[in-house]
Design a protein around this ligand. Structure first.
Ligand code: ADP
Ligand code: RBF
Ligand code: MG
Length: 521
């Protein structure tokens, strides 16, 4: 131990020195109050007598996981009373060591690992892979990880196809996501039967891409992450397969980005690009550190392979939906940069989460309420007023899937609190990315066809799969409670006055001030 992370003298404590080994019992509980864990167990309490197996990393990799297996008499915290009135047995020890234990369907605070209980009698808590290495340096990929490069693909390829007498099919666009330019070019040529070699096609299309560089948008959470690392003094490199000049041109379009990187390594500066480890090894060298101190964040499979070949820790943020399984060699797979928990890696935690929610730059969508899959009310007892996603496919593809919340305006009724999922509903494994807003109000009737406007102001969690329909329903209700409460915070409450929500209302003749008041469940 004794390795001093660069921020050790700063506001973040040097937790690496709390014991002879991060796994040592002596390092638990950590001496620093804000790193003391909360054990947060999401889901219903397990049935007494069932087997409980969980790992209690409880919030920070500075205190890596220990596993506890035991028979639960009742789990756990002091003061919590299981239905049969017994008190905690196994698990109590955990409860004492943590600052608090929340056995709850309510609040899963950020920086806290949450555990999903499976069906009794065997209750297995799904814990993340124990993280046994702390890092001090971060290496980021650019295209597909920090920048939504895929969004400019249609802008370039569409007019090219038109010129060649073909029609762009947006349904085929997903096939290009995450591919290298060469691979993507090959797919386009095949799909549309164009009479060019891949090299010819690339030479025609590459200059058109260059023109679009400043139209590429950062991916959700990208600016937040690199600015957080910069402001906490964590050395951060950019390592891309693209030539260095392209990388520099792209990041110079993004305000404040250039200063966030201590070095930039381009594909033309090493012998072999990813999946070879060369780019990452060069980045570590330039930061004067060893590979074992580095955390790589990557969206593509070649990038993850390269990071592991460099013997670095790797977080995968796959750009291609539903392909998580392919990234099993990564140390962690997350859905988007919004889900990064730097403290799991011994890096300074984000401090912008508030009451289980992450404020985001608000975005606005709306349209007539259409028929969905017909299972919201029927299967889940939770109606979701579906919007025609094709009307705003750009906005929807720009935002990562996940559970969000905000305000909903209904043309003839008023403004309501709202919680929604956007994505493929992993439990149902949908083919299309849908927007599923649940208005937190009991209407007692349908309102198909009415104009619905949404202001989406915060993020709660990634979409997830669940071991049972019950646990999905329970989690959605939990999301509802989180949204309901958070929307009263001034930072979120102010958006209920967004003109966008009220616009359609102003055209309605029967609406007066009282009817446009905020309603909630
Ligand atoms: P669908 O699959 O057609 O969307 P749902 O079972 O999800 O069917 O029901 C959604 C419909 O229920 C909405 O389109 C709307 O007309 C109605 N509805 C009633 N109450 C609500 C609510 N609180 N939130 C969302 N939709 C509601
Ligand atoms: N579906 C999932 O498969 N996984 C989820 O994590 C999930 N979270 C949701 C959260 C909220 C707040 C809402 C309203 C819906 C969520 N759904 C999720 C979608 C739900 O499965 C969907 O509304 C129904 O399938 C109806 O089409
Ligand atoms: Mg619905």
């Amino acid at each position: 131990m004794g390795r001093q992370p660069p921020w050790a003298s700063g506001p973040f404590p040097n937790t690496a020195n709390t014991g002879p080994s991060p796994l040592s019992p002596r390092s638990w509980p950590p001496p620093v109050p804000h790193l003391r864990p909360t054990l947060c167990v999401c889901g219903r309490p397990p049935i007494p007598g069932s087997l409980l197996s969980f790992s209690s990393a409880a919030g920070t990799s500075a205190v890596p996981s220990r596993s506890v297996t035991g028979v639960v008499k009742a789990a756990v915290p002091a003061g919590w009373s299981p239905p049969d009135g017994t008190r905690g047995a196994a698990g109590e020890k955990e409860a004492q060591q943590a600052d608090q234990v929340v056995w709850t369907t309510r609040l899963c605070l950020p920086n806290i690992l949450s555990f999903a209980a499976l069906e009794p009698p065997v209750v297995r808590m799904a814990a993340p892979k124990p993280i046994s290495r702390l890092v001090s340096h971060v290496i980021l990929d650019l295209d597909g990880t920090l920048l939504n490069t895929d969004s400019v693909v249609s802008k370039v390829v569409k007019p090219f196809l038109v010129k060649n007498g073909k029609t762009w099919d947006s349904k085929k666009a997903h096939k290009l996501v995450g591919k290298t330019p060469y691979e993507a070019a090959t797919v386009v040529l095949e799909d549309y039967g164009l009479p060019y070699s891949t090299e010819e096609f690339l030479s025609m299309i590459t200059p058109m891409f260059s023109e679009q560089w400043c139209n590429i948008k950062p991916l959700p959470g990208a600016s937040r992450l690199i600015k957080h690392l910069k402001s906490n003094g964590v050395p951060t490199a950019l390592a891309s397969n693209s030539p260095r000049s392209n990388v520099e041109a792209k990041i110079s379009c993004q305000q404040g980005w250039k200063d966030c990187f201590s070095t930039v390594v381009g594909g033309d500066e090493v012998e072999k690009g990813k999946p070879s480890p060369d780019i990452f090894l060069e980045a570590a060298k330039r930061m004067n550190t060893t590979p074992s101190n580095c955390l790589v964040i990557e969206d593509s499979l070649p990038g993850v392979t390269a990071g592991k070949a460099a013997e670095m820790c790797v977080i995968a943020v796959p750009s291609i939906p539903k392909k998580t399984a392919e990234f099993s060699s990564a140390d962690e797979v997350i859905n988007s940069l919004l889900d990064i928990r730097p403290e799991k890696w011994g890096l300074p935690p984000f401090n912008d989460w508030i009451e289980g929610t992450l404020p985001i730059e608000p975005w606005f969508i709306g349209g007539p309420v259409i028929k969905g899959f017909g299972r919201g009310s029927k299967v889940l007892g939770i109606p979701t007023a579906n919007l025609p996603a094709e009307n705003f496919s750009d906005v929807v593809s720009e935002h990562t899937s996940g559970v969000y919340f905000g305000w909903a305006g209904l043309s003839t009724r008023g403004i309501y609190k709202m919680v929604m999922s956007i994505g493929w509903n992993p439990y149902f494994d949908n083919r299309e990315k849908t927007v599923e807003p649940w208005l937190l109000h009991n209407f007692g009737e349908d309102f198909y066809g009415e104009e619905l406007r949404l202001a989406i102001v915060g993020y709660i969690r990634p979409e997830a799969n669940f071991p049972s329909l019950e646990s999905l329903i329970e989690r959605i209700h939990e999301d509802g409670r989180i949204a309901e409460k958070a929307l009263d915070l001034p930072m979120y409450a102010k958006y209920k006055d967004s003109p966008y929500l009220r616009d359609p209302l102003q055209h309605g003749s029967t609406i007066d001030g009282s009817q446009t008041e905020v309603n909630s469940k």
